[in-house]
Write a protein that binds this ligand. Structure first.
Ligand code: PLP
Length: 400
């Protein structure tokens, strides 16, 4: 008999972390590997944020804090929600956890009973289905094909809602596709949700600030105030503030759910790191100017990757609105043979071929629930990205 719980047989390790770890290991073995798997900015945490953390240490802010966030950070988050999203949340309506990941996990743990369904638009961020399963719920996938811009359509949302639906997850800009909903697109979805008062909305706004070409970000509770009482607005400092290692995420929502999430956290990890909370306060309250500078670089890289990948025989790359991912189709290489004579049967085979033949690590689309695609993170230095694209084009040209 295995010591491992049966419930774990329903989930799998994060495939994106697995690809990143593999790329790191091969690199350590001396192989020339370019990792395009990791979902984190290559930019360093801005100096004023680091200084705030150092000052917090010097002030002795090295003890336990309130379980779901210091009053200072909650106040900064409340200001952020009001300033950027037009949403009013009191400190009692705000929860801070160790990364957006923990906040989402707490929310599912705090709300799902066996049989409860969660609508997950596919392609999805890899952790949603497994978090839902761990919490005892059932993910219900809705396909969002490329010809819809990888975006959930109102009629498909309507069709997926049933009596057991507890949540729908909206992730915009999206990991893995970079797709982002315009205000009108979001409004069309919220109109469906207004008609189904038992369904709650979990919006994952982690990539809010990473949008290009004058795209205007909006979030569900802002677009449709009637959903405010049943929306959990999730966000964090990891991506926009280049703070992936600091582990701070947060959410705003109704007091009842925020309290329940604090209970889960109080019996698991307790407060997020006190020093990181001080840093996140400085991030949210401080100068935001660097975000636009980073975005200018990200936009250039997006355009570069889209242009170059569209030159690769068998690939087709759409141009997303935001985040730092592209999700190209590799349908055109399926069935082709590698120079060694191996047939490419799936996006997984293609990703393995890229890694083995040209040393480029990408994540296969089956991990995100819509295939045959693969995900590239372009949050990496531009010359490295240029080289990666050259290698991918070369690898595709070598297929027959
Ligand atoms: N949500 C999405 C869509 C993400 O891509 C990520 C990170 O990759 C997270 C949440 C979690 O972010 P954090 O690093 O703050 O836990």
């Amino acid at each position: 008999m295995s010591i491992v719980a049966q419930s774990l047989s329903r989930i799998k390790p994060s495939p994106t972390i697995a690809v990143t770890d593999l790329a790191r290991r091969l690199k350590a073995e001396g192989r020339d590997i370019i990792g395009l798997g990791a979902g984190e900015p290559d930019f360093d945490t801005p100096e004023h944020i680091k200084e705030a953390a150092i000052a917090a240490i010097r002030r002795g802010e090295t003890k336990y804090t309130n379980v779901d966030g210091t009053p200072e950070l909650k106040a900064a988050i409340a200001r952020k929600f009001e300033r950027e999203n037009g949403l009013k949340y009191t400190p009692q309506q705000i929860s801070v956890g160790s990364g957006g990941k923990q906040v989402l996990y707490n929310a599912f743990m705090a709300t799902l009973d066996p049989g409860d369904e969660v609508i997950v638009p596919a392609p999805y961020w890899v952790s949603y289905p497994d978090m839902v399963l761990l919490a005892g719920g059932t993910p219900v996938f809705v396909r969002c094909p490329e010809n819809t811009g990888f975006k959930l359509q109102p009629q498909d949302l309507e069709a997926a809602i049933g009596p057991k639906t507890k949540w729908v997850i909206l992730c915009s800009p999206s990991n893995p596709t970079g797709a982002a909903y315009t205000r009108e697109e979001l409004k069309a979805l919220t109109e469906v949700l207004v008609r189904h008062p038992h369904v709650w909305v979990m919006t994952d706004d982690m990539y809010e600030h990473l949008v290009y070409d004058d795209f205007v970000f909006t979030t569900a509770a802002q677009v449709e105030p009637r959903l405010y009482e049943r929306t959990l607005t999730v966000n964090g400092v990891s991506k926009a503030y280049c703070m992936t290692g600091w582990r701070i995420g947060y959410a705003g929502g109704p007091v009842e759910i925020i309290k329940a999430m604090a209970m889960v956290q109080s019996q698991s990890t307790s407060n997020p790191c006190s020093i990181s909370q001080a840093a996140a306060t400085a991030a949210l309250d401080g100068d935001q100017g660097f975000i636009a500078k980073h975005n200018a670089v990200f936009k250039e890289r997006r355009d570069l990757v889209v242009r170059e990948l569209n030159r690769a025989p068998g690939l087709r790359c759409h141009k997303p609105e935001g985040a730092f991912y592209v999700y190209p189709s590799c349908a055109g290489v399926i069935g082709k043979r590698t120079p060694e004579g191996k047939r490419i049967e799936s996006s997984e085979d293609f990703a393995r071929y890229l890694l083995e033949s040209v040393g480029v690590a990408v994540v296969h689309g089956s991990a995100f629930g819509l295939d045959p695609y693969f995900r590239i993170s372009y949050a990496t230095a531009t010359p490295v990205l240029e080289e990666a694209c050259r290698r991918i084009v070369r690898a595709c040209e070598a297929l027959a």
